[in-house]
Design a protein around this ligand. Sequence first.
Ligand code: SPV
Ligand code: MG
Length: 510
Amino acid sequence: MEAHSGLSAKVVEEAGFAGIWASGLSMSAMLGLRDSNEASWTQVLDMLEYMADATSIPILVDGDTGYGNFNNVRRLVRKLGERGIAGVCIEDKLFPKTNSFLGEAQPLADIAEFCGRIRAGKDAQTSDAFCLVARIEALISGHSMDEALRRAEAYHAAGADAVLIHSKKSTATEILEFARLWGDRCPVVIVPTMYYATPTEAFRGAGISTVIWANHLLRASLTAMRDAARQIAVDQNLHQVEGRVASVADIFHLTGNEELEEANRRYLPAVVPARAVILAAARGDGLDALTADRPKCMVDVRGRPLLQHLVETLAGAGVRDATVVCGYNKDAVRLPGIRIVTNDDYATTGEAASLARAADRLLGDSVVVYGDVLFRRHILDALMAADGDIVIAVDPRAAARPPNPRDLVHADRAYSALDIDEQPVRLLEMGAPPGVGGEWIGLLRATARGSALIRDELAAMEADGSLRDADIPALLNRLLARMPVSVLYVLGHWLDVDTMLDLAEARNFP
Ligand code: SPV
Ligand code: MG
């Protein structure tokens, strides 16, 4: 069956044919060219390479007249061999060729000269399995059956593996006659484009080796393309056409996208999307009236729970996998798209114990955040981009209300608006008296390595009994002994909802 591109070659294989005819007419037409050697032979070679790469069945190439004399044929055959092409058919006419169905009495090649092309082609083949088919144009050019047989005999003797006897008659009479007279001296190939009405059984009965359906995928696609183009041009929309054309999914499948997905998994480094752990187990003091039936993270802020604002900010920065550690009134924590783990000992344990409940979520890039913090997305964007295996967001300004002492940060460098130093600011100690540094806003980010160290440290704290009472600043102080922790200074645009006053501010938070 004819093919003229990688895609059409796939269609031929998919339909179950044993081989592909790389038609000169179709490949030329595919390029918008005439079947008159207007495409160079290397341009044809490029098309063949796509077809061979796309399929696993043998391809017999229409080599026209061989693109010149014996020298061109042997170079062609070598190059076809390099591309895994199974065989070539050359016809006994002159370069540049003309399609057999155009005009009458096209001149034929000299028999001896054409035999030289055949011998050179066979001598140049790089695989024993390569087939050279000699195409006899005698009948089409108005010569006798005797001339056709004389040529077949000479081409066979020159080493052709098969002969293609071509005819443009509307019946198969002369083809069947040739097959009868030729017998089984070598395989006979035919192209019943003009005598299409003859049943294939007649060819089988005559011992024909191979039938080439020479141009029918090109013609089928031309009809289908015209149909779709005209319909869309008239309708100015796709309603009629959609459903009548192959789906995009079909193209993805035919071009092997599943294999690429599989290869991506095999060869690309596994990227674990950043995950967040939100610590929201404690009731917290200061908002008693609002937290009788729900934890602080579910208190309403402008029509939505505080937690929802937080989850949406995380998602906006690409952190879509959020795990919330709940404890107090855990059943009140309902939000689509979040994962919930519980710390049922929330009343007698601290934040580190809550974080430990979600330790298995600390893989790849992680964000750890208190469930009562609101911040603008740019803070998280900057935190995600900052250098360091663990980075904490710190506000250097004096807060309007006294900060919780445990959140005070002592850093190795003060915030400076003029700081263009590439060196990250380092955390020296959490909970230290005010000095150089600021207030931790309750948000940190860890890389895969940082996450692994946090998991290790939580396990060590569990083992030595310190996990139960520890808060996150205490965990950070322990981590400092093993690795540097970086500080990212942020100026405002965050809020920690501890009191009714904070809540009022949160309701005004942009
Ligand atoms: C082709 O398909 O290009 C052929 C067959 O050579 S035919 O067009 O019948 O000559
Ligand atoms: Mg051709």
